[in-house]
Write a protein that binds this ligand. Structure first.
Ligand code: NAP
Length: 297
């Protein structure tokens, strides 16, 4: 999207301005996708930082006040905060406004935000499948969403124009759009994102619990695979707590299947069944190649 095109929105309100919110703000500002951007954070310090970085025109800590006059409101805070924020902003939303979000779980958005929205306001939940292990307004960058998927999960009956306007914003941020049922989204992300994070948190936790001497060697020789897990396990604790608590069913189901597969591998190692190990490792290597082929590596 070039800066010569008309802005997509008049006034965008971002509730939360961390990695994802500030990346969006940077892109919206850089490419003039909105006439004005305002934000609300939880702390004064983050609001002040967003202003100092020039990310937004106005910043504060009052989510309800921030949505006044906004034609697009995007929740960019941990999903566990949504119910309270939605209850606060609902009565102040402009008629015809669109409410969206960037949360990593989607059924809970419809459950927690949907009932708080007045008639005439559209809900278009979104999940940009992009991120890093860093947090806060300094961590964002405008290219974060480039070439990444953004999954939209509008509830049945959502105004198609509202869906298209949110899709257009994400396309202008460089993202590829996919529309999905929220339950399907939560199952897919449970295996592609949530379980890998849980495994990383577990492995790093196990290593930390080892006795002191071993622990220093874990850090010294971390290049042997462990290092990649420590990067993932450095992700924001509150955000990930909320993801697991709000995608409970899908995550528990995937953990069950994973545990069974792990037990099968444990048996194969115990009984020296090298052919079983090799067969699995050959299949998984092919998956890596197909991810590289579709440019998501
Ligand atoms: P982050 O960097 O930790 O930023 C969170 C922001 O939310 C901060 O500005 C924080 O303000 C604000 N906040 C927290 N509670 C709030 C409340 N009650 N009211 C208003 N603002 C509040 O987090 P993030 O990585 O950008 O993640 C934000 C959302 O994006 C989450 O829902 C997450 O699931 C989703 N997501 C994250 C990634 C990723 O890789 N990080 C990828 C895709 C989607 P303070 O600084 O003042 O506390």
């Amino acid at each position: 999207m070039s800066s010569s095109a008309a802005p997509l929105f008049e006034r965008v309100a971002l509730i939360g301005i961390g990695l994802i919110g500030s990346s969006l703000a940077r892109r919206i500002r850089r490419d003039r996708l909105a006439d004005a951007i305002v934000c609300a954070a939880r702390s004064e310090a983050t609001a002040a930082r967003a202003l100092a970085l020039g990310l937004v025109d106005q910043a504060g800590t009052d989510a309800a006040a921030s949505v006044a006059g906004a034609d697009l409101v995007i929740l960019c805070s941990p999903v566990g905060t949504y119910a309270e924020i939605a209850a606060a902003i609902g009565p102040l939303l402009k008629p015809g406004a669109i409410v969206s979000d960037v949360g990593s779980v989607k059924q809970c958005v419809i459950r927690d935000v949907g009932p708080c929205l007045p008639d005439g306001v559209s809900l278009v939940p979104a999940h940009p499948v992009a991120g890093t292990e860093h947090s806060g307004p300094d961590a964002g960058f405008p290219e974060l969403f480039e070439g990444r998927w953004c999954i939209l999960t509008p509830p049945p009956g959502t105004d198609p124009q509202a869906i298209e306007r949110v899709a257009a914003l994400w396309r202008c941020c460089g993202a590829l759009i996919e529309v999905m049922e929220p339950a399907h989204h939560d199952r897919v992300l449970a295996i592609t994102s949530h379980l890998p994070h849980l495994i990383a948190y577990t492995i790093v936790g196990t290593a930390v619990d080892l006795e002191e001497a071993t622990r220093s060697e874990v850090i010294k020789f971390s290049a042997g695979g462990f290092r990649d897990f420590t990067r993932i396990a450095a992700s924001d604790p509150v955000m990930w707590r909320d993801i697991f608590l709000n995608n409970r069913e899908a995550v528990l189901e995937i953990i069950q299947r994973f545990s069974e597969d792990l037990t099968a591998l444990q048996r194969a190692i115990r009984w020296g069944e090298g052919d079983k190990l090799e067969e699995l490792f050959t299949r998984t290597r092919a998956i890596r190649r197909s991810i590289i082929d579709v440019k998501q590596a």
